[in-house]
Ligand binder design. Structure first.
Ligand code: HEC
Ligand code: HEC
Length: 549
């Protein structure tokens, strides 16, 4: 989980009186969903896509949430080459999705008004002592912003559909947050009058009470932004992420006061690729290093389909509630309040399936690949059962491998320290959740693998073919807005000038970045020995089988 957290990501250092006079309400779409007659499954989906998990504002205005229209204005100022149109052009470049349909929720309403899918919205309203009645619209990062993705089609390009639970490998919250802040730096130089004029140029129909609200925010953001400029100078106190990656550990440390937020902490770079969420009922603990488990539970033990159960899912929800501190900018108290909603989300996640591979599968090869998988991979990655075309997880060992053995990048598994855990215990854990430092990684569930490139916990390898050929893994590659290659299985590209770039003529649907495996935390080493003994033919068969998961 991630995020452009930061005490001051935004904007409002308001007085307590001001808070007291504020009321928050859900966005129209979410309110309608809450009032309609939803099955438990749909209710879980609704919370996943639109839920504020018990009420986000106003605390989050000091952390992750943002005042939507001011952000649009800031993004526009940060890039003057963009057309005078609020969205989607402004948001799509950061990988936010604007789908036409949700693949695994036929009846899902979409946010409308050109708003990106995955953000959650709410309205804050109140009466100001001198300015009278006001309101403004706020947005925050819902589960769907990271854990929802455009679905790729037969040709390896994205379709107009969106899959809940699949990772958004193009979402670049780092670029987003930095550009918003760049815009803020410009905006705060403006007079009130100029602010109003610019806002009206963007949104000519803006009602008076909303303009009043935006002006109140504008006033207080000036102070707040100046304070950040004078102290750490950048939007967050740690590295936020890159395409498809976020710094969940950095975010949670910052949110719980374990980082000095007045400076930029350059060693906080533990970026993790957003995971696919299918099969979570098979996990005995959560996160790439298996750091959290329900209280009185072992961290690592095998779970087969007959062992999965409602109670375990509900206990997992309690762990996930802790993540809202990093991803949504909650404080510990709000995170606890999010538990009932996240339990509903688990009703959905426990039934979640990954989208089937849209290309063609060579059945003969995949069946031969199954044999290789059972021989060399299953003991760590779990048992899959099904047909030559599609296989589902039947049992998962939750196998933890020390980093000295798997030899992948060690930054993430070392990022959480014993001191952090102690502090977490004081603030949050203890009653329901157990946590510990684990110096290594859990062999992940591989379901949906065809759509989740790049690979490894830090997203350092662009395709499965490269993973299987460690000597050929590129030191640098493009990521973000990519197409998929179904032969190599992963990001579509070719080596040019020593960089694995998109094919000539390909137009990415969002801005890309060059992933540099020389940077701290982004090494592409490790998980090599597991492929050493395989022949080229076996690798070919295995790759075909992996498409069926
Ligand atoms: C800002 C992006 C972001 C948002 C928003 C977000 N997550 Fe995550 N989530 C992540 C990342 C990244 C990880 C992996 C972190 C790690 O393992 O260190 C993760 C991990 C998880 C896991 C554990 C997966 C595993 O097997 O270890 C679950 C479950 C999960 N998220 C559910 C949710 C839910 C439910 C929401 C909404 C309340 C949510 N996330 C919001 C980015 C996000
Ligand atoms: C000794 C246990 C072990 C064995 C055997 C093993 N793996 Fe892994 N695998 C891991 C671990 C641990 C990770 C996570 C490493 C990381 O992300 O740093 C991993 C990660 C992966 C990933 C990346 C998944 C993702 O979502 O990014 C793939 C793909 C993978 N393994 C495929 C295979 C295949 C195919 C085989 C059989 C040839 C295999 N593994 C054998 C332990 C193992």
């Amino acid at each position: 989980m991630k995020l452009p957290h930061t005490k001051y990501y935004l904007v409002l250092a308001l007085t307590s009186c001001f808070y007291a006079c504020m009321e928050t309400s859900h966005s129209g779409v979410y309110q309608k969903l809450l009032e309609s007659d939803l099955s438990p499954l749909e209710s879980g989906k609704a919370k996943f896509l639109y839920g504020d998990m018990g009420g986000i504002f106003p605390h989050t205005l000091k952390t992750n949430a943002f005042v939507y229209k001011i952000t649009v204005l800031a993004l526009k100022e940060a890039d003057s080459s963009l057309p005078d149109k609020p969205a989607p052009s402004l948001f799509a470049k950061y990988g936010f999705a604007f789908p036409k349909k949700v693949w695994n929720w036929e009846k899902a309403p979409l946010p409308g008004d050109d708003k990106p899918t995955g953000l959650i919205f709410g309205k804050i309203s109140g009466t100001h002592p001198t300015k009278g009645k006001y309101y403004f619209e706020v947005a925050d990062f819902g589960c769907g912003s990271c854990h929802g993705s455009l679905l790729y089609g037969k040709d390896g390009n994205p379709t107009g559909q969106y899959a809940l639970g699949m990772p958004n490998a193009s979402l670049n919250l780092d670029a987003f947050a930095h550009d918003v802040f760049k815009g803020y730096r410009i905006i705060i130089q403006w007079s009130n009058k100029m602010f109003e004029q610019r806002m009206l140029a963007l949104y000519p129909e803006i009602p008076k009470q909303e303009m009043a609200g935006l002006k109140i925010v504008f006033h207080s953001m000036k102070k707040q932004v100046k304070k950040i400029i004078e102290t750490r100078g950048v939007v967050a106190s740690y590295k936020i992420g890159g395409p498809g990656m976020v710094n969940g550990i950095g975010a949670i440390k910052s949110g719980l006061g374990m980082l000095d937020n007045s400076v930029y902490n350059k060693s906080e770079v533990s970026l993790v690729n957003i995971p696919a969420l299918a099969g979570r009922s098979y996990r005995s603990s959560l996160l790439v290093s298996g750091n959290y488990t329900p209280l009185n539970n072992d961290f690592f033990y095998e779970i087969s389909s007959k062992d999965t159960n409602y109670q375990h899912d509900q206990e997992m929800a309690v762990i996930i509630s802790l993540f809202t501190i990093g991803t949504m900018g909650y404080n510990a108290e709000m995170a606890k309040k999010s538990i009932p909603d996240i339990k509903k989300v688990m009703d959905f996640l426990s039934k979640l399936e990954t989208p089937p591979f849209p290309g063609t599968i060579n059945v003969e090869k995949s069946e031969k690949g199954r044999v290789v998988f059972q021989r060399d991979c299953q003991s760590c990655h779990g048992k899959y059962e099904g047909t030559p075309l599609r296989n589902a997880l039947a049992s998962f060992p939750n196998k933890f491998i020390p980093v000295t053995e798997i030899k992948t990048d060690s930054v993430r598994c070392m990022a959480l320290t014993g001191d952090n855990i102690k502090k977490l215990h004081k603030i949050y854990l203890g009653k329901y959740v157990d946590a510990r430092v684990n110096k290594g990684y859990v062999a992940p569930i591989l379901s949906g693998l065809w759509a989740t490139a790049p690979y490894l916990h830090n997203g350092s390898v662009p395709t499965i073919w490269h993973l299987m050929h460690p000597e050929s893994r590129p030191g640098k590659f493009y990521c973000g807005g990519h197409g998929l290659d179904y032969e190599k299985l992963g990001i579509r590209g070719e080596m040019r000038d020593g960089i694995y770039k998109y094919p000539e003529g390909y137009r990415p649907f969002s801005d890309y970045e060059i992933y540099d495996t020389k940077e701290t935390g982004l090494s592409n080493s490790g998980h090599a020995e597991q492929f050493e003994q395989l022949t080229e033919q076996e690798k070919d068969y295995l790759l075909e089988f992996l498409k069926t998961l």
